[in-house]
Design a protein around this ligand. Structure first.
Ligand code: IPE
Ligand code: IPE
Ligand code: MG
Ligand code: MG
Ligand code: MG
Length: 298
């Protein structure tokens, strides 16, 4: 896929998930302040990488993205919840997210916590019951289980717990990659697996290969996040620069240094790409996304 058409593909996916998210978050009878905080945290930009990965995985399996709106929406809701809680004073204590005040700054801590809680539950509700998803109960259950494991105490929450526990300590690279795989890699992997499952035609072998790609790309993605925390200005990332060092967090850059972190990154990107070797051109969007994850500047 040429670069121009990949840009077009990205934009189409972003607009598509934005529309579904907007629709979901405008329904129901909800306390207005809670709804406003949820909409603020979700609709307020972001690269939408996890939805794009879900779309790209569906395309790799089925040649089109039609089936993947619900998984795309669900993983972005989990992601948005994780960011709200990650930014709280008790966690990373951040005031800037996507170039705007963080949710608890814009609203208040209680509202931010509740908005995160509600977004998390909504993600599971959508997979369980949305009529936009044309999957049977067995596949829905598989998706729910995958997303629950990736998000919970053996996935993202475990990674966040390790991250908090690691403040002020030095980790071995292997401990660091373990933490990154959990806090970030797990949801990235779920995004791809859910996208693939939504097609109803993915084989176990294909899922295993996608999972391998996702794990490598997910680690690479968090290494790039660590690098950008050092190298990229707040104007570009929409987040406060240098926060990891300020909080004494062990990161790929603090442990290995920037040049070695970059080397590790490109090594992982290559390994990720080769995990897709059995896929045809239908996986080109996924391949390009893999490159984009590590080359992004924001
Ligand atoms: C930031 O994720 C948090 C991490 C897991 C590193 P993104 O870089 O995908 O954030 P948005 O959604 O584009 O704002
Ligand atoms: C976040 O990692 C991982 C999550 C589960 C949200 P970071 O704490 O490095 O993410 P940023 O840099 O605040 O976006
Ligand atoms: Mg954090
Ligand atoms: Mg953070
Ligand atoms: Mg970070």
């Amino acid at each position: 896929v040429a670069q121009a058409s990949f840009q077009q593909w990205l934009q189409t996916g972003q607009q598509r998930v934005q529309q579904v998210l907007q629709q979901q978050l405008s329904q129901g009878a909800v306390p207005e302040r809670l709804r406003a905080a949820m909409q603020y945290a979700v609709l307020n930009g972001g690269k939408r990488l996890r939805p794009l990965l879900a779309y790209a995985a569906a395309e790799a399996i089925a040649g089109n993205t039609e089936s993947a709106d619900v998984p795309a929406c669900a993983v972005e809701l989990i992601h948005a919840y994780s960011l709200i809680h990650d930014d709280l004073p008790a966690m990373d204590d951040d005031v800037l997210r996507r170039g705007q005040p963080t949710c608890h700054v814009k609203f208040d801590e209680a509202t931010a916590i509740l908005a995160g809680d509600a977004l998390q539950a909504l993600a599971f509700e959508l997979i369980a019951s949305s009529s936009r998803l044309s999957c049977g109960h067995a596949t829905r259950l598989q998706m729910l289980c995958e997303l629950a494991q990736a998000s919970g105490w053996q996935g993202m929450v475990a990674g966040q717990a390790l991250d908090i526990a690691a403040i002020g300590t030095v980790l071995e690279e292997q401990q660091l990659s373990h933490m990154h795989n959990l806090k970030t890699g797990a949801l990235i992997t779920a995004s791809i697996v859910l996208g693939a499952l939504s097609t109803n035609v993915a084989t176990a072998g294909q899922i295993a290969q996608l999972r391998r790609f996702a794990q490598l790309a997910g680690l690479a993605f968090q290494i790039q996040d660590d690098i950008l925390d050092v190298e990229a200005s707040s104007e570009v990332t929409g987040k406060q620069q240098g926060k990891d060092a300020h909080l004494h967090k062990p990161t790929y850059t603090s442990i290995l240094g920037v040049p070695a972190a970059k080397q590790r990154l490109s090594q992982l990107a290559d390994e990720a790409e080769s995990a897709l070797r059995d896929f045809s051109h239908s996986a080109d969007s996924l391949r390009q996304l893999g490159r984009y994850l590590v080359q992004r500047r924001a």
